[in-house]
Design a protein around this ligand. Sequence first.
Ligand SMILES: Cc1cc2nc3c(=O)[nH]c(=O)nc-3n(C[C@H](O)[C@H](O)[C@H](O)COP(=O)(O)OP(=O)(O)OC[C@H]3O[C@@H](n4cnc5c(N)ncnc54)[C@H](O)[C@@H]3O)c2cc1C
Length: 267
Amino acid sequence: MYPAPFRFTRAKTIEEAETLFGKSQDARYLSGGMTLIPTMKLRLVAPEDVIDLNAIPGLSFARRDGDRLVVGARTRHADVSASPEALQAIPALIHLASHIGDPAVRHRGTLGGSIANNDPAADYPSAVLALNATVKTSRREILAEDFFTGMFSTALEEGEIVTSVSFPIPRRAGYAKFPNPASRYAMVGVFVADFGHTLRVAVTGAGPCVFRHTEMENALTKNFTPETAKAIRISPDGLNGDLHGSAEYRAHLVGIMASRAVEAALA
Ligand SMILES: Cc1cc2nc3c(=O)[nH]c(=O)nc-3n(C[C@H](O)[C@H](O)[C@H](O)COP(=O)(O)OP(=O)(O)OC[C@H]3O[C@@H](n4cnc5c(N)ncnc54)[C@H](O)[C@@H]3O)c2cc1C
């Protein structure tokens, strides 16, 4: 027997969305629906209320703001990959967005939905962490370092809405992923961002949650070459092993993807 149908409400403002959320016993926000709808269809979640964020104005944009690129939470992956501002500021972000899933997913899925969901194999968390971005929400600003707290979990409180992400613009950056041949999610994805004074490397797909690789950062700070990245021995300890690939295989891929990301950054 299927549970009773959910209530669907299209919020017109952030405040209305949060109020509706607060009144419900079990609510979910709907952005691109690329994760929420399949999980509802599979009966993995059965919210009482689905609150659609798609009619709220001002959540879809990509614009330069001084030395940062600010992207609205409801900006679809396809719109990020077509954005001249993003291309000019952080070409690696264009590369990342244009390699998410398939065209249907890219035309519905959003930046805010992706990071709120924090799938361990999602691409965007690596860019948010490597670029040391700030996540803006309906209530506060959260540094990337504090935002991703574990597998499918984030620092977001109940009902809190991601409104935009502010990315510092690096001197150079690159992203490379080894996609799962079926879903295109990252088996392993590595984002490398060089700010001149500091260099950050974030890895997605390999572990339970996106993480920084400090040994790789230290080595690349001394010598920013693909060979340096490839030469680092990556420990499989704590990495994911599943039917798609063992922890050892993913560890190997981290070095290879990091070297390709450095190549891309140098290109
Ligand atoms: C076949 C397929 C292939 C995919 N391949 C990839 C891939 O290669 N790489 C990749 O990174 N991703 C991939 N995805 C995921 C996709 O790109 C979306 O980013 C992801 O599904 C979530 O974004 P969404 O906008 O669809 O969110 P939704 O499905 O609408 O929401 C997801 C979750 O986030 C919450 N949420 C949504 N928006 C907000 C917000 N603004 N504030 C707070 N909470 C919010 C929702 O309540 C829900 O819990 C794939 C998905 C599918 C179906």
